[in-house]
Design a protein around this ligand. Sequence first.
Ligand code: AHR
Length: 512
Amino acid sequence: MRKRLLLAAATLVAADASVAETVELTIDTDEPIGRIDPNIYGQFVEHLGRGIYDGIWVGKDSDIPNRDGYRLDVLDALMELDVPVMRWPGGCFADQYHWRDGIGPAADRPARLNASWGGLIEPNSFGTHEFFNLAELLGAQTYLNFNVATGTPQEAVDWLEYITSDSASALAKERRTNGRDEPWQVDFYSIGNETWGCGGNLRPAYYADLYAKFATFLKVAGDDQPKRIISGSHEGNIDYSRVVLEHPAVVNQADGISVHFYTLPTSDWSDKGDATGFPEAEWISTLARTLRMNDIIAEQLAMLDAVPEGGELGLYVDEWGVWTNPSPGEPGGVLFQQNTIRDAIVAALNLDIFHRHADRVPMTNIAQMVNVLQAMILTDEERMVPTPTYHVYHMYKPFQGASSLPVAFESPAYRHDETSIPALSASAARTEDGSIVLALTNADPRTAHRVDFGGHWRVASGEVLTGETMDAHNSFDRPGRVAPRPLELAGTTRIIEVPPQSVMVLSLEPSP
Ligand code: AHR
């Protein structure tokens, strides 16, 4: 009898899809890799394009339904994701941000030029109070990026005191006057952003001096200090971080170091490739490139292990995601790009990689939350749409805080022209309630793959996300075109068929 799981509602496979041989997959429940910090599902929120204004913040007087200025549709969608942590205010923008511009009565806040991103007007109506109140509403931790390039240590120290002090200091009183009695919590901070580039083009030894100086004074009252993150390298560039870490007062005053890695479909910054309407050559090049994340993490960890005390530092992937050419015809805004089933696969491949490094990677922040790069949510005036990436984050929620488990299987290859990548990706975890969750992704746009759990497990329930075409996406007119569907289980559930270009998250139970 043909062992098969019926995916009645889930089989949106391409017309010429075929099914390949069955792959045996085992999960090692005895040797957990480590706890998957929920912050691996962190997000990045920058003053860039329509990321904040229109995307999150419309102001209390807007016709768009809002709660205290935050648009309700976006707020509701974010609440569903259990956003664990948000990084703000940049990015490149952080190094031109002066926090005093964003406090006090909205009408008195100065409009500035956003020199980092298109010279647009930055109204400063979303500032410290608006960010920390949003974090509170979402139940998210906070990750602040201090301005090291055009700011001073004193400015940063004052900001930290303004936010966190419970005392009778002038800054704490000013916060109360501005409407917030209780202090907020800063859970993480970084000193500078991309200091090798937009954050000042600093030589690593000079940045190390600045980091050491800022860190010396950036303390909060009490024992519960924020975790301190060094702004590190990008992609395969290890040397910048290595030199920064040579300064003993850097390593001794840090809890982690960041790395940034963006996936460009073409690898060419002058023509990154389009977000939709791309050829299969750019489907596979995108996925091949994003899989480099695994090597980038491994190289960074090897570098940290070679530095005295470096092995104690967490690796924070605090910017990552797909970066394409801006989408023509989409609502205007800097770095606004459509988000397709290809982005969903990228998200799943990276989350699987992060799960495999759960013991060393305590946080990642996808770029960015709304309307910018690989966004969770897109908005157009009063309309909003969750992207395929949003759906992956929602499907993967059971992994937050779960114990990552090693998965063994031999993936078939997916080939196009000269490029070959593993067709299948997987990660597994034991959730806090003791159940086993398995993510399975098929990067092959043509061939379904069957996965056999060797009689050890059976599927209790699950969801699948796929698309009719390689660039299937949700538009404002068709917001539900790419959405997860529950698996309809019938017959044996010990073998599962993973449709082409799909992401699945399954709940497993021991096979009787
Ligand atoms: O996310 C967009 C930009 O990419 C960030 O501002 C910067 O840090 C990176 O280069």
